[in-house]
Design a protein around this ligand. Structure first.
Ligand SMILES: NC(=O)c1ccc[n+]([C@@H]2O[C@H](COP(=O)([O-])OP(=O)(O)OC[C@H]3O[C@@H](n4cnc5c(N)ncnc54)[C@H](OP(=O)(O)O)[C@@H]3O)[C@@H](O)[C@H]2O)c1
Length: 284
């Protein structure tokens, strides 16, 4: 049987590493790891058996740059005829002061929403070429607290907060997952999930400054990488997930996302606006 093809972001740190290691044990696949740091990629391979390692490829990619994403996906497309599993796990908790990419777009909106959307759309044809492919997007329970203003995703006319930028970007993940499920068709399932609170460097960064001293005490209650990755592994490997698409999961179960996340109108508006922003890279 042919090896599956897996494309993954966010494998080099946090629970993405556990997720990747589990997949190397569970499926016979060729892995394309989109990452910005080659040293971290090399560390990720520690402990991976040599016969598996030879099928794990580093694809340099800085997700805040559409050019970098476009080139990275282009190099994968030149090497494979189909993609079976796409995992958009990478994400950032943005800095305290607003930060913008070279297209003057707010960083969390770019890295957590636009980059995964661009990857997905650039790989659409390859995903169609596979016999039942899966897309898994990492969202967050934080999307419940979002206050998304599609007129001002860059916080130019409203007060910026890193937490709100993050929450909005994770709402975009759910909206985009649901919207894409409506036109990707039955042969491509797309789902997103909340991993819970996982003990990673992101959680430390996201902790409110005044409460940061409590972090070492509280982290003992956070999930470890293996637990954080559980639902992602489930969505990327379970057969029956292929019948479900557009879902938001937690602990391997379908959950209702926020009311805003269920709005078809907002999802459609977000999609129109987002595809307009990345259009130059879709039509090249
Ligand atoms: N931790 C939690 O409690 C929690 C809760 C809910 C949702 N999430 C979500 O889960 C996902 C993983 O989070 P985590 O906690 O494991 O975070 P993490 O430890 O900070 O790992 C983030 C991953 O994303 C990659 N990444 C970030 N910015 C990138 C960029 N500009 N270009 C390329 N790669 C980039 C990182 O690469 P480097 O290794 O090079 O930094 C790393 O592999 C994120 O989407 C996050 O929003 C996390």
């Amino acid at each position: 049987m042919n090896k599956k093809v897996v494309v993954m972001t966010g494998a080099t740190s946090g629970f993405g590493a556990s997720w990747f290691h589990s997949l190397t044990k569970e499926i016979d696949a060729e892995f394309f790891i989109l990452a910005r740091n080659k040293d971290k990629f090399q560390s990720l391979l520690t402990g991976v058996p040599t016969n598996v390692k030879k099928d794990v490829h580093f694809v340099e990619c800085e997700l805040s740059s559409f050019v970098s994403v476009f080139n990275a996906i282009g190099s994968i497309k030149a090497q494979v005829t189909s993609v079976d599993i796409l995992i958009n796990n990478a994400g950032i908790f943005p800095s305290d002061l607003p930060c913008y990419n070279s297209d003057a777009l707010e960083m969390a909106f770019v890295v957590n929403h636009l980059a995964p959307l661009l990857i997905t759309l650039l790989l659409e044809e390859k995903l169609r070429n596979a016999n039942l492919s899966k897309i898994v997007n990492t969202s967050s329970f934080q999307h419940f607290n979002a206050k998304l203003n599609l007129e001002d995703v860059n916080f130019k006319g409203s007060e910026y907060s890193a937490m709100l930028a993050y929450q909005n970007s994770k709402l975009c993940t759910v909206l985009s997952t649901r919207y894409l499920s409506t036109f990707l068709g039955k042969n491509i399932s797309i789902n997103c999930f909340d991993p819970g609170i996982v003990d990673t460097s992101m959680t430390q960064k996201a902790f409110p400054k005044v409460l940061r001293w409590t972090h070492p005490l509280l982290r003992t209650f956070f999930r470890n990488g293996a637990k954080g990755a559980e639902t992602g592994i489930y969505l990327s490997t379970e057969r029956n997930v292929e019948q479900n698409t557009g879902g938001y999961y937690k602990d391997k179960r379908l959950k209702q996302p926020s009311l805003t996340a269920q709005s078809k109108i907002i999802a459609s508006q977000l999609h129109q606006m987002s595809t307009e922003l990345i259009r130059p890279y879709l039509s090249r």
